[in-house]
Design a protein around this ligand. Structure first.
Ligand SMILES: NC(=O)c1ccc[n+]([C@@H]2O[C@H](COP(=O)([O-])OP(=O)(O)OC[C@H]3O[C@@H](n4cnc5c(N)ncnc54)[C@H](O)[C@@H]3O)[C@@H](O)[C@H]2O)c1
Length: 294
């Protein structure tokens, strides 16, 4: 099926990024949020990001201008009535997502694919809010969307092969490498591997086995990873990591996702990583510095 019009619900960090890469790839994009102040903030972020790409000569002036011309904003969900593909990136909350999908199901034509960027909510639970579960699919992007190359395409229990193929082709057309997640299991592929490593690194630190520097160095030098698990947690936000682990633990009961006490204490103390100036490392000087004493 041909996708021309893309409607993005949620103009936050992920929605803005998804709207940006879609508009840059030539789709007609409408970016939605509940209030104009949120769409304005989202649009400003897209303009800022496109401006950086332009100044680094990653895109031409023409590509920059075309991308912005392809993008409009709205606070009216009914404007999704001409969408071929809707990508939802609202808060990570099942009730909020179900409400959005229920409304979209009434607004959008029968052919419209409804995609969700959820990190951990089962696709099948979101699809249950619609009368078209065969046309509901997961498209899990990574942050920052314009830079990160991966998009996981997730099949819910009733997602059709046609929907999987269309979502996959669209994600590739906006510049992403895709992988297929064939079972609707929390964590999909990448987070199912990364989150337990983040928890285990915190458990190791808590037990005094090694310093944060040596835990990260072991994974960088021993396995050629670009970043170790603790510095990556600081970049992602330790609260974001903990919430994702908790959601998967609640869904599966699998203890490897249970956030260890140190992680929970750090979140309670506001030691969330780079965004608060301190996490497993201290960033107050502007550089990543050690402060942990074992
Ligand atoms: N942040 C990440 O690194 C990341 C990575 C992958 C997936 N995700 C997932 O993407 C989704 C969005 O995350 P985010 O980080 O962009 O969040 P965010 O808080 O930056 O943005 C969410 C936006 O949704 C809007 N919103 C809330 N309810 C809405 C509604 N009913 N209708 C329209 N808009 C609504 C909010 O006003 C906000 O602007 C979540 O499901 C999250 O789990 C996030």
């Amino acid at each position: 099926m041909e996708i021309k019009n893309v409607f993005v619900v949620g103009s936050g960090l992920m929605g803005g990024g998804i709207a940006q890469v879609s508009a840059t790839a030539g789709y007609e994009v409408k970016m939605h949020d509940v209030e104009e102040k949120f769409t304005a903030k989202g649009l400003q972020a897209v303009e800022g990001s496109l401006g950086k790409f332009l100044s680094k000569e990653k895109i031409t002036q023409e590509q920059h201008d075309t991308a912005l011309a392809n993008l409009s904003t709205t606070t009216d969900l009914a404007d999704a009535s001409d969408a071929d593909l809707v990508v939802e990136a609202v808060f990570e909350n099942l009730d909020v997502k179900k409400e959005v999908f229920g409304k979209l199901d009434g607004i959008c034509p029968a052919h419209t694919i409804l995609a969700t960027n959820t990190s951990a909510i089962p696709i099948s639970s979101i699809a249950a809010a619609t009368g078209r579960p065969d046309r509901v699919v997961g498209t899990h992007f990574f942050s920052p969307v314009p830079l990160m190359r991966l998009c996981e395409i997730i099949r819910g229990l009733q997602t059709s092969e046609e929907t999987m193929a269309a979502a996959e082709a669209w994600a590739q057309s906006v510049g992403k490498e895709t992988v297929r997640v064939l079972k609707d299991h929390a964590g999909f592929i990448a987070n199912r591997l990364y989150l337990p490593m983040g928890c285990e690194a915190a458990r190791m630190l808590e037990a005094g086995v090694a310093t944060p520097e040596d835990i990260d160095k072991a994974m960088r030098k021993g396995y050629n990873l670009p970043m170790g698990p603790l510095e990556l947690a600081d970049m992602t936000g330790i609260d974001v990591l903990m919430n994702a682990c908790t959601a998967i633990y609640n869904d599966t009961g699998d203890p490897k996702f249970y956030p260890p006490p140190l992680m929970r204490r750090m979140v309670a103390a506001g030691l969330l990583g780079r965004k608060t100036g301190k996490g497993y490392y201290d960033y107050s000087s502007g550089k990543q510095e050690s402060y942990w004493e074992l």
